[in-house]
Design a protein around this ligand. Structure first.
Ligand code: UD1
Ligand code: CA
Length: 452
């Protein structure tokens, strides 16, 4: 078997996007389009991946600088055939070359394998698109081989009725491709070197040009404008939602969930509407997620309840915790078993011990909080002096009264109590009561302005 090389065409700016960003960098499910395609073709273990860049080349190369990619520069966008020409000098004549369009990022591994199974000289991946507008139409001959690919603007009214379209994905031996591509001309309405014209060139040279028809039109949609990008996003999200539901996750509305990364879930997980998951998120058994939560790079263990409008980023939430509504857990937050964080509480780089509670209106930053601690409403860790961050240590069973400012660095010893309204600047020892507020004074028979 010949070695496999991949060529992804990504030199166009995507003029129909009317955007300053190269088309393949526009995100789909939180990742640039090109990232999806690279991840999929990587699984084929090709010997080389060529990406043809042109407009915004530096931006695209920068975004994938860490990847092993053989970049080809197409300084002027003279057509898809011309784009392939730019890569061919680096393609081994002994290889098979799989050509893909950078703006068709949803193609699946199984569809690629279907095409790779073809032994035709030139295999063209096609699909029936319910709305074929703007795709190149596949014109077959009597034997079922492809006679030509006709672009929308060149097609007759009759050809426009054809629903079988060119997906932009082709496969051929590199040696033959080099000959065919070398014969392309700009003698067409577009005045471009059209890759699609190699079909007729190869056919005339006696090569076997065969369509390989895929079944899933959704994954083969091309993205040329923001309407199509949004349609591709919905398609992708619907697929992910389906997979989750088949795995036993109860999604209240599969049309209102966005997974921009990787979400894993245990048994009996319930997710209400409008939640967004980003990066790596894992949900343990019996987790319940209320509506409108945004969860990024977090681990949520069994039995946790996340109430509406909570936002988590880089948090680890242990078994049985209660979070929200309206809670914000920032990076470095660790809630130990059965801890509770309620509404309008922000937590950052803080461990909240087992069974501890911060139920209302608090900021806990750079703190180490023990077990069974009660953080009263309005408690603030004053962790920042304008230059550095400082630690607050709150040991087990501490009771912090409402509206307390804890000026870090400071330690509250185990079992200590802080009176409401205190500003704590010095350590409090175990079991002590600290009161740090002005005393209440009372004046008898006060004659106020009203009484004068
Ligand atoms: C192309 C196909 C069409 C097919 C459709 C599938 C041709 C001539 N047409 O049309 O038959 O149905 O894709 O989505 O191939 N590119 C370059 N350099 C260029 C021109 C394009 O790298 O000079 C890249 C673009 O960045 C893009 C891809 O090639 O990623 C396809 O180009 P595009 O202009 O989007 O072609 P379509 O009109 O969609
Ligand atoms: Ca396109």
């Amino acid at each position: 078997m010949k070695p496999l090389e991949i060529c992804i065409l990504a030199a166009g700016m995507g003029s129909r996007m009317k955007s300053d960003m190269p088309k393949v960098l526009h995100p789909l499910a939180g990742q640039p389009m090109l990232a999806h395609l690279l991840a999929t073709v990587q699984a084929l273990e090709p010997s080389k991946i060529h990406v043809v860049v042109g407009q915004g080349a530096a931006l695209v190369q920068q975004a994938f600088a860490h990847r092993e990619i053989c970049w080809a520069l197409q300084a002027q966008q003279l057509g898809t055939g011309h784009a392939v020409m730019q890569a061919l000098s680096e393609v081994s004549a002994r290889s098979r070359l799989l050509i893909l369009a950078g703006d068709g990022p949803l193609i699946s591994l199984s569809t690629l394998k279907l095409l790779l199974a073809s032994d035709a000289d030139l295999a063209v991946l096609t699909v029936d698109q319910p709305d074929p507008t703007n795709y190149g139409r596949i014109v077959r001959d009597n034997s079922g081989c492809i006679k030509a690919i006709v672009e929308e603007r060149d097609a007759t009214d009759e050809q426009r009725l054809l629903t079988e379209v060119n997906t932009g994905v082709m496969l051929a031996a590199a040696e033959q491709l080099k000959t065919w591509v070398g014969q392309l001309t700009t003698n067409n309405v577009q005045g471009e070197y059209l890759l699609t014209d190699i079909v007729a060139i190869a056919g005339a040279a006696g090569a076997r040009v065969e369509p390989v028809k895929a079944t899933d039109a959704g994954e083969l949609q091309g993205i040329n404008n923001f309407i199509q990008l949004a349609q591709a996003e919905r398609f992708y999200q619907a697929r992910q939602a389906e997979q989750l539901m088949l795995a036993g996750v109860h999604l209240v509305d599969p049309a209102r969930i966005d997974i921009r990364g990787n979400l894993t879930a245990g048994r009996n997980v319930h997710i209400d509407a409008n939640c967004i998951f980003e990066g790596q998120v894992s949900l343990g058994d019996n987790v319940r997620i209320g509506p409108n939560c945004v969860i990024k790079d977090s681990v949520i263990e069994a039995g946790v309840e996340l109430k509406a409008f909570s936002m988590l980023d880089g948090a680890a939430v242990a078994e049985g915790c209660q979070v929200g509504p309206f809670a914000r857990l920032r990076p470095g937050t660790r809630l130990l078993a059965k801890a509770a964080v309620g509404n309008f509480v922000e937590v950052k780089n803080t461990v909240l011990g087992a069974g501890s509670k911060a139920s209302h209106l608090s900021y806990l930053g750079d703190a180490s909080i023990g077990a069974q601690v009660n953080i009263g409403a309005g408690t603030i860790t004053c962790n920042y002096d304008g230059v550095s961050k400082h630690q607050t240590v709150i040991e087990d069973r501490v009771f912090v009264g409402s509206n307390t400012a804890l000026v870090a660095p400071v330690t509250l010893g185990a079992g200590a109590t802080v009176a409401a309204g205190s500003t704590i600047t010095k350590d409090v020892k175990q079991q002590q009561l600290a009161v740090a507020r002005s005393r209440q004074t009372a004046i008898d028979n006060w004659q106020g302005p009203r009484d004068k």
